[in-house]
Each structure stands twice: as structure tokens, then as C-alpha cells.
Write a protein that binds this ligand. Structure first.
Ligand code: ZN
Ligand code: FE
Length: 255
């Protein structure tokens, strides 16, 4: 049984602290800074066994060194980003099954935001740590890969079961929500979810985790191959999902 704790970091990053009480194992995913993680661990009197990274950006690995120094934790990171993340103990690759916090986890390579980005999926816990690939109602900016690569990465995540809880790397939900409503204003499910999101943010609560099944119906980026959707929102790129994805991504980048 896994407990996931959400730690706020930097301006809008989420660090995930994973705890397996039965096995007495604690891990952290994407510690952009060490301070808040150390404080959390001190409060609980837990040791930190594992540090896990989804990709090499500083806001996801900035706390690695300090945490490894203090706790001598094992560092698990994508093999494709080996040259850009130091002190890795276990390199992980696409489709590999590894133990994280003592729980069987599938590694999904999702290039696009960075070329080596990976997501971590735990089938038994029904949860996905999506880093900067899939955000609530959005997706990461395409910095290193092609638009087509990013689209195919999102398709890979979309193929996971509807009852998956998604934990993403940033609280970008309000701004994603505004854009989603701008292009897809007639979507009643989106309208309903938007109210819930506003309520949570008004109370200062995180919007993660979110449900993947609902996301498949309301995240415009996941619907780039839905021709009815593409037509109804007035996009030009019919019958070419990665072109439609690119069009939506450009619109969002300039929104
Ligand atoms: Zn990033
Ligand atoms: Fe990030």
C-alpha cells in the first residue's frame, strides 16, 4: 500500500513523497529543491531510500545532490538523460519494470518535452507520475523533441486505464483550464470540471491527482486525433493528428 504526499516547491512545482509503510521504504520524485523534502522527512522521522527523476530540468533535479549527500539514497533516472543527471545508481529505460518504493512500476519513455523524459506508472496502485509530459488539462512545452514525438508520448499515456490517478510536475491547471475553455467552450464535462478546479484553487488546494479517464474527454491535447473535436473547434488539420496537435500547442504557446 502506497501513500503519496504532495510537497509544494519553487513557484509551481510538485514534489511527490512516496511512502510504503509495510516495507518501510520512502522515495521522492523530482525534488526540484531539497529543503522542503528534508523538512517533511524530519517531521515524519523517515529515512529517504530513493530519489527518482523524470527528466533533467533543474526544477526537477535541483535537490538531488543535497538529498543524496544526507541520506545516501539511490538515484533512479532515465537512461536517455545519463549525461545530464549526475550520480545515477539505476538507469531506467522504456517498458522496463522496476521497483519504486517497493512497488512494481512500469517505465514509459515519453520524449518531447525533453528527449529522454520518462513517466512512471504503477498498475497496482493505479497511479501515474507524468512529470512534464502530461499536465492537468495541458501538456509540457516541446523543447527537445518533435511535435510528433510529443503527440505519440501523449497517446502512450492515454492508453493507460481510465481509473488511473495522474500526478504531474506542475500546478499549471488554472492557466491550462482557461485555454481549454477558450478552444472547447461547449464541452459540458469541461465546464463542470472547471468549477471544481476553481474551487480547489480558491482554497489553495492542489488540483492533483486528476483522473485520466475524465482527462481523455477534456484535455484538448489528448484529442488531436478526434476529427469531430478538431472540426468543431475550428482547427485546420483534419486527419493528421500530429499536425492538429502542433496547431493546438502553438495556439497555447501564444495564448
Ligand atoms: Zn521540465
Ligand atoms: Fe518542470
Amino acid at each position: 500500500m502506497l501513500d503519496v504526499f504532495i510537497i509544494n516547491a519553487l513557484s509551481d512545482n510538485y514534489i511527490y513523497l512516496l511512502r510504503n509503510e509495510d516495507k518501510n521504504i520512502t522515495s521522492v520524485i523530482d525534488p526540484g529543491e531539497a529543503g522542503p523534502v528534508i523538512k517533511f522527512l524530519n517531521d515524519k522521522s523517515w529515512h529517504l531510500n530513493e530519489v527518482i527523476n523524470t527528466h533533467h530540468h533543474h526544477d526537477h533535479i535541483g535537490g538531488n545532490r543535497e538529498l543524496l549527500d544526507i541520506y545516501k539514497s539511490k538515484l533512479i533516472a532515465p537512461s536517455y538523460e545519463n549525461k545530464r543527471i549526475s550520480n545515477v545508481d539505476f538507469l531506467v529505460s522504456d517498458d522496463e519494470t522496476v521497483n519504486i518504493t517497493g512497488i512494481s512500476t512500469k517505465v514509459l519513455h515519453t520524449p518531447g518535452h525533453t528527449l529522454g523524459h520518462v513517466c512512471f506508472y504503477m498498475p497496482e496502485e493505479k497511479c501515474l507520475f507524468s512529470g512534464d509530459t502530461l499536465f492537468y488539462l495541458g501538456c509540457g512545452r516541446v523543447f527537445e523533441g518533435t511535435m510528433k514525438q510529443m503527440w505519440l508520448s501523449l497517446v502512450k499515456l492515454r492508453s493507460l486505464p481510465d481509473d488511473t490517478s495522474v500526478y504531474c510536475g506542475h500546478e499549471y491547471t488554472l492557466s491550462n483550464m482557461k485555454f481549454a475553455n477558450y478552444i472547447d467552450s461547449q464541452n459540458t464535462l469541461l465546464n463542470k470540471v472547471s468549477l471544481e478546479i476553481k474551487n480547489k484553487r480558491n482554497k489553495g488546494l492542489p488540483t492533483v491527482p486528476f483522473n485520466l479517464g475524465i482527462e481523455k474527454k477534456i484535455n484538448p491535447f489528448l484529442r488531436s486525433d478526434d476529427d469531430n473535436f478538431i472540426k468543431s473547434v475550428g482547427l485546420r488539420s483534419n486527419n493528421n493528428a500530429s499536425e492538429a496537435f502542433k496547431e493546438i500547442r502553438y495556439k497555447k504557446d501564444n495564448f
